[in-house]
Design a protein around this ligand. Structure first.
Ligand code: ADP
Ligand code: MG
Length: 238
């Protein structure tokens, strides 16, 4: 069976993914703060919006106005898409855990169905996970959230912070197991050159023969750009 592919919004990344994310998959974008996770999410949505797809952006730290402002700095006109009812922006406030659980379990599935979203971004799962003190409750709700996204039929991106003591794991070590795909964004301090290099790698992507190259990327005024194809990945050895 041929798997439909959904462009990530980064052409060089799509080439390494047999054309893009598998349709209806959920991919975790894991990285330290400032590596470009939120930018990745917005770029992924902008790609769909340009093609007339319905998209949902759920943010835990930005309100609707801030999301529109940040996107506009990259030249992505989210306000226009909101006006056209193609884009739904949703700030998930940490009022209390019960409200959050209720919203995830009952409101969100209805919203997805009503809106007919093709793409969804959840930014970030870490802020959401931090609402829960009980490990079991946290695991159950993250599992539920991923199921809700999958059942909706949308192709999703979920951002996550890194674990401070393990650069190969998310903060709570859960999202990489329940997601279909995992992409890591890392930074490398180059003391001699007095600069920081950014690298992107695909760690997991179900139903895809993906590349395992470590690629350099930069965040530009118009979004994320991959600058090497992995052939020079030895530059990251430090
Ligand atoms: N409009 C812009 N033009 C160029 N670079 C930007 C712009 N906005 C943000 N950046 C760069 O991208 C980095 C990543 O931002 P962001 O996506 O918010 O990271 P994260 O969500 O991982 O914390 C910022 O720290 C900054 O260096
Ligand atoms: Mg962010």
């Amino acid at each position: 069976m041929i798997i439909e592919r959904v462009s990530s919004g980064i052409p060089e990344l799509d080439k390494k993914l047999e054309g893009g994310f598998p349709e209806n998959s959920t991919t975790a974008i894991i990285g330290a703060f400032g590596t470009g996770k939120s930018t990745f999410g917005m770029q992924f949505l902008n790609e769909g919006l340009q093609n007339g797809e319905h998209c949902i952006l759920i943010s835990l730290d930005d309100d609707e106005e801030a999301m529109i402002r940040t996107a506009s700095e990259f030249g992505w006109d989210f306000q226009r898409y909101v006006d056209e009812e193609l884009l739904l922006l949703m700030k998930l406030t940490a009022i209390d855990i019960k409200t959050s659980i209720l919203r995830i379990r009952s409101e969100l599935p209805r919203l997805f169905e009503l809106f007919g979203a093709k793409r969804c971004v959840f930014d970030s799962i870490t802020l959401f996970e931090m609402l829960f003190t009980g490990e079991n409750e946290r695991r159950l709700i993250v599992y539920d959230l991923v199921q809700v996204m999958r059942n909706s039929g949308a192709t999703s991106v979920i951002t996550s912070e890194l674990d401070s003591s393990n650069p190969h794991a998310s903060r709570f070590g859960m999202i990489e197991y329940v997601s279909d795909g995992v992409i890591f964004l890392n930074y490398h301090r180059r003391a001699r050159e007095k600069t920081i290099l950014l690298s992107i790698e695909i760690t997991k992507m179900r139903r895809t023969k993906h590349s395992r190259d470590i690629m350099a990327y930069e965040v530009h005024r118009d979004g994320i750009k991959i600058t090497t194809d992995g052939a020079h990945s030895d530059i990251f050895k430090c």
